[in-house]
Structures are given as C-alpha cells and as structure tokens.
Design a binder for this molecule. Structure first.
Ligand SMILES: Nc1ncnc2c1ncn2[C@@H]1O[C@H](COP(=O)(O)OP(=O)(O)OP(=O)(O)O)[C@@H](O)[C@H]1O
Ligand SMILES: [Mg+2]
Length: 247
C-alpha cells in the first residue's frame, strides 16, 4: 500500500501572551492509503491539534506534512483551501451541520462549494444518503434529526467529494453507546467500501478497536502504536496498553 499521508518532526506551538504551549513536539506519523487509524491520548495531548494540521486547518510551527505526495508547506493559501475542499473530509463531535439546510443540502454542500451543477451532484447525494441509511430523511433539517442521524449526515458530507482522507475528531463523543457503535460501524464500512483513508480521534477504547491501527499520543508525542496485523484489535488490549503507558 502507498503512503497517503506523512508528517516529519511535526511541531506546533501556541503562543498565549508570555506563555508558550508546546502542543506537538515532533510527530512522525505515516498513514497508508485505505487505512483506518485511531488516535488516542489524554485530554490536552495534542490529538485535535494534530488533526487540524493534517487537514490544513492550521499550519505547523515546524516540520512538514505531505498529503497525497504534496507538501502542504509548499502550497499557497488558495491551494490549501482547495486541498481542504477537495481532498479532505471533516467530521466533528458536534456534527457542524448548517441548521437552515436539509440533510440532502448539507451533504451536497462540498459539491456546491466546488462549483458542481445540481444535475451533476444529485445522484451522488442520493447514493451517499443511501449509504448512511437516511434516504427517507433527505428533506429533514438538522433539528428534525436525532444526534446519531445528524452525525450520519456529517459522514455522508465528509465522503461526498471522494476525498483522499477523512478526519474525524471524536465523532461519537456526543452519542450514547448504541448510536456511537452504529456510527463506528458506518465509518469503518464507508472507509472500506469507498476505499477512503480515515483518521479518527477517540477517547473510547471500544471505538478505537474498530480501527486497523491505534496510535497513542502523550504530551505531544507518539508514544506507541498497536496494529491489527497481528489479529483483531480489542478494547481490553487497548485498555491494558493505556494503563501500561499511564494514559
Ligand atoms: N488555539 C489554541 N491556543 C492555545 N493553546 C491551544 C490552542 N489549541 C490547543 N491548545 C493547547 O494545546 C494543547 C493540545 O490541545 P488539543 O486540543 O490538541 O488536545 P486534545 O488531545 O485534542 O485534547 P481533548 O481530548 O481534550 O480534546 C493543550 O494544552 C491546549 O490547551
Ligand atoms: Mg480534542
């Protein structure tokens, strides 16, 4: 498998007046095409910071990121905007749907922003709503959907543009365990069916066990990885490794 994403000695400092926060201290991270990777680590360990840098939402203090063979540091602001729009899909904990748009319109948004015509994207939107099991909710507004359904819309939106990579920050953090499990099943099957790489931040060992690989962050550094090549990942294995790493 080819590498779709690579970071080298990635550092991120936040300057807060006199105080400097070292959020990432030199992260080397490789993701292969089609992989489903989970990132775990305590609160404040740099998980969201890493995800934001990977998706071009923010830029690193030092080090570089290559996405699909292109160094993000070499791109202009306009080119980065295009990368975010065409090559990356985002899923957040609180769904981030536009409240005035229907489910179908929310899913279509990345295509609209990219200048696609209605007749070009209608079939794609229908296909994605079907994939996430919401064909019969296409005309509902976000406040007419359950939390789990809203997150399904967000998943459909993240995948609609056939991005190279989907980045998810605690996508089940706001859901009960039943809805959370079905979101994780969906993310995994969407990643496999659409052959899209997924990097997901999660606090939940059971959630992380859906991934092909788990990467553990602590104090801004990757301290360990767990791979499913040696058999299925399971929550118990992840919990005991977290205890060992004092996470
Ligand atoms: N915009 C910012 N300005 C200043 N400091 C920040 C900013 N964003 C994050 N930080 C700091 O950087 C560190 C890493 O934050 P980050 O949000 O990446 O953690 P996280 O692992 O996602 O935590 P959580 O699990 O609570 O979401 C924290 O110490 C945080 O306070
Ligand atoms: Mg976070």
């Amino acid at each position: 498998m080819t590498d779709i994403l690579e970071t080298k000695k990635l550092r991120k400092e936040y300057q807060m007046g006199e105080v400097t926060v070292d959020a990432l201290k030199g992260v080397d991270f490789i993701v292969r095409e089609g992989e489903f990777v989970a990132i775990m680590g305590p609160s404040g360990s740099g998980k969201s910071t890493l995800l934001h840098l990977l998706g071009g939402l923010d830029s690193p203090t030092e080090g570089d990121i290559s996405l699909g063979g292109r160094q993000l540091a070499h791109l202009s602001d306009d080119e980065i905007t295009l990368v975010r729009r065409r090559e990356v899909g985002f899923i957040f904990q609180f769904y981030n749907l536009l409240p005035t748009l229907t489910a179908a319109e929310n899913v279509a948004l990345p295509l609209l922003l990219d200048g696609k015509r209605a007749d070009e994207y209608a079939a794609r939107v229908t296909e994605l709503l079907e994939l996430v099991g919401l064909s019969d909710r296409a005309e509902h507004k976000p406040d007419q959907l359950s939390g789990g359904e809203q997150q399904r819309v967000a998943i459909a939106r993240a995948f609609v543009n056939q991005p190279k990579i989907v980045l998810a920050d605690e996508p089940t953090g706001n859901l009960d365990s039943k809805a959370g499990n079905s979101i994780l099943d969906l993310l995994r099957s969407a990643s496999k069916e659409l052959q899209t790489t997924v990097v997901m931040v999660t606090h939940d060992p059971r959630g992380a066990s859906y991934a092909d690989r788990v990467v553990f962050l602590k104090d801004g550094l990757i301290v360990r990885e767990l791979n499913s090549e040696d058999g299925e990942l399971n929550a118990e294995q992840i919990i005991s490794l977290m205890a060992e790493l004092e996470l």
